[in-house]
Design a protein. Sequence first.
Lengths: 210, 201
Amino acid sequence: MKGRLYLILIFLFLIIIVINIPIFAHKVNIFTYVEGNKVYTENYFSDGTKCVSSKMEIFDNQGNKWLEGLTDQEGNFSFEIPQEEGDLKIVLTASMGHRAECIIRADELRNTTGLVQENLKEPTSKESTESILVYKMGEENKVVSPEISSQNLKEVQLLIENILDEKLTPVMREIKKSQEDKISPTEIIGGIGYIFGIFGIIAYFLNRKK
Amino acid sequence: MHISEGILSAPVLVAGASLTATAVGYGLKKMAYKQMPKVAILSSVFFVASLIHVPIGPSSVHLILNGIIGLLLGWAAFPAILVALAFQAILFQFGGPTTLGVNTFTMAFPAIICFYLFNRGIKGKNNFFALTLAFICGFLSVLLSGIMVATALVFTGELFMQVAKLILIAHLPVMILEGVLTVFCVGFLRKVRPEILDLDA
C-alpha cells in the first residue's frame, strides 16, 4: 500500500513534467551583437519575458565601471564602443536578485569597426585606393580619380553593410534562439535520478550506523 | 526566487551558508530512516516545481511548493531543499554555488515555520478547518520566502519596501496557486493516508 502511494506520486509528477515539456530556466540572459560602432544587447528572462528597465553596467578590462544605464521597454540596451582597447564586461541586474554577466572580447569589437573605420577616417594613399578600385573594377579597365573612388568606397561600404545587416538578421535570430538554454527533459529526469541516488547514499550510511 | 551569483555581499553569503549548514545538520539528525523515501520524493518535487512557470502577473515566477514540503517533512525539509537547489544550480544555473546557502535558507526556513504553525491543525477532525489552514500554509510559505529574499537583498543597498513590494506583487498568483495545491495535497492525504501527516518534526 505504501509502495503504491509513492508510485502514484512519482507518476503524478512525471505527468507534470510531460505536460510542461517546453520548460525554460529561471534566470536572465544577455544576447549581444556588435554592429558598426555600437554594441547592441537584448535582455530577457529565459521564459522570454523582456527585462524592462533593468540596470546595465559596462566594465572595462581593468574592472572599472565605464557606463551605466537602464534597458528600454523592449529589454534592449545599446552603447557605443569605447575608444580604449580591451575586453568589455556587461553586467545585467534584473529585479528580485537576478543577474547575468557577459564578456565581449576585444577582437570581436575591433573586427567589425576596425577595417571600415580605418579606410574611412584615414584617407588612404592614392595608390592604395586606386589599386583597390582597379582590382574591383579591373574588368572594365576604367581609370577612376581618387576623389570619386573614396566616395564610391564609402557608398559601397554602406551598401554592403545594409545588405549584410538585412541578410544576417535571421541568422542572428537563430543564434539567439540557440543561445537560450532550454532545459531538456533528459536533464530534468537526470536531476531527479541524482536526487534519489543521493538520498539512497544517505540512507545507506544511516542504515550502517544502526 | 533564486538569488543569482555575484549579487550578495560576503557577510550575507557566509551568514546564509552557516545558518543552512546548522539547520541541515539538525535536519539530518532528526530525519528518521523510515522517512527517507518521502524526503527523496519531495526533494525531487521541489526540483521540478521551480521549472513550472506561472504565466500570470508582471514578472517571471515559478512554483516553489515549500509550504507542502515543510508540512510533510518538518526539519528534513532543509536537506531536501538543499539537495534540490544544488542540482538546480548545477544543471540549470538557477542561483549558484555561492548563493546556495542563502537560497536554501530563504526557502526552507519558511517551510519549518509553516510546519510548526500548521502541522497540528491540518490533522484536526474538522475537514473544512484543516483545509483552510492548508491554504494559509501554502500562501504564507511563499509570502515568507519573499520577505526573506527581500531581507537578503537589503544588504546590497536595495530598499527593503521597494523590493518586498515587487516580489510580493509578482508572487501573488503563485501564493494563491500554492495555497490551492496545498489544499488538494492535504485533502488527498487526509483521505488516503493520514499517517503521512504524522510527524514529530
